[in-house]
Design a protein around this ligand. Structure first.
Ligand code: KG4
Ligand code: ZN
Length: 337
């Protein structure tokens, strides 16, 4: 069984081929055009996907040493994401599905971040997922292999959005998350105490107060100060964000008596988060799975891997997604999510 995954929900055009046991190719064309605007410009993202999608899919097939006729199932991101960007990938997928009579399944992008962990781990259930990306911050409970149920989420900004917007205030290019991570490694996380929104109770998150607090903190600081203490400021920001994330993850695992969790999404590449999560797991005797860096941020292997999980758990696939014959849904029946 060869599955072709296609992902175009935001600013990465990605295609990947996986089979039962391996990732045969994982191609990601990242769009650099957005750097000059300090964030993703949706119209430009759609146009760049349109420009790149054919060659990205061709490259994924050729690296896997397969032709389109060898593909048994196509999986494309159906949402959530930027509508124009999603349309490019989904329409392309529908086209090759119809032309080659290959079943197509629409995949939920947030589920895919969670199931990116299945590429390298044999997950056990039930488990808790902490999904932290540029657009979302969610805690989910998975009672079984394909039933993510949201138990907490951000009330305002996502964790990745907080990293990116605070980075912009500090003069760092988009996406600032990885840059803040690198600078933090040389800094003191206790240099300045930034607020940790909603840390005391519950499973919801709030990061907009932190962003405002950094804005006020920087108002009376000159450039020389910011340059001199950039590592410390970044480390203090990273500390505030990751402390909240790990505290909430621990609370969710304890409250639901579930000793297993996965980290997922772009922010799960963050070194401070990974370290703190590992320490929390050791303290509680919990198991926390995390994806390799290439499967944290947006990629299409996770889309294909999620289709595989859906295929293995057909009964838990929603009515919209259920195939009329065997598994795959007909190309024209993909529903918006
Ligand atoms: O999952 P992803 O690639 O795309 C979305 O679905 O949003 O996540 C992108 C987000 C960006 O906000 C980026 O700054 C953040 O993940 N990110 C990081 C790191 N690597 C990516 N944030 C903090 N530390 C990192 N190492
Ligand atoms: Zn994502």
């Amino acid at each position: 069984m060869n599955i072709l995954g296609i992902e175009t929900s935001c600013d990465d055009t990605a295609a990947s081929v996986i089979n039962e046991s391996d990732v045969l190719s994982n191609i990601i064309a990242s769009q650099s055009i957005h750097v000059q605007y300090g964030g993703v410009v949706p119209e430009l993202a759609s146009r760049a996907h349109h420009h790149t999608i054919s060659q990205t899919v061709e490259q994924a097939l050729s690296e896997a040493q397969l032709g389109i006729q060898d593909i048994d199932l196509i999986a494309a991101t159906q949402g959530p994401g930027l509508m124009g960007s999603l349309l490019v990938g989904l329409s392309f997928a529908k086209g090759i599905s119809l032309a080659n009579q290959i079943p197509l399944v629409g995949v939920n992008h947030m589920h895919a971040h969670i199931f990116a962990n299945t590429i390298e781990h044999n997950l056990e259930f039930p488990l808790i997922a902490l999904t932290v990306s540029g657009g979302h911050t969610q805690l989910s409970k998975l009672s079984g292999p394909y039933t993510p149920e949201i138990i907490g989420q951000t009330r305002d900004d996502a964790a990745g959005e907080a990293f990116d917007k605070i980075g912009k205030l500090l003069g760092l290019n988009y996406p600032a998350g990885p840059k803040i991570d690198t600078l933090s490694r040389e800094g003191n996380p206790y240099f300045y105490k930034f607020p940790m929104g909603l840390i005391q109770k519950g499973l919801d998150f709030s990061f907009s107060g932190l962003k405002t607090s950094v804005l006020y903190y920087l108002q009376n600081k000159n450039n020389a100060f910011i340059t001199q203490y950039l590592n410390n400021i970044c480390a203090s920001v990273s500390h505030a964000i990751t402390e909240v994330l790990v505290t909430k993850l621990e609370r969710a695992m304890q409250a639901h008596s579930i000793p297993r969790a996965v980290l997922a999404g772009g922010v799960s590449a963050n070194s401070m988060l990974r370290k703190k999560a590992a320490a929390m797991a050791e303290k509680n005797n919990f198991t926390i799975y995390k994806p390799s860096f290439s499967y944290c941020t947006d990629n299409a292997a996770m889309i294909a891997a999620t289709a595989k999980v859906m295929l293995q758990n057909k009964s838990s696939i929603s009515h919209n997604q259920r195939l009329k014959e065997g598994f795959g849904i007909q190309p024209y029946s993909v529903q918006p999510v």
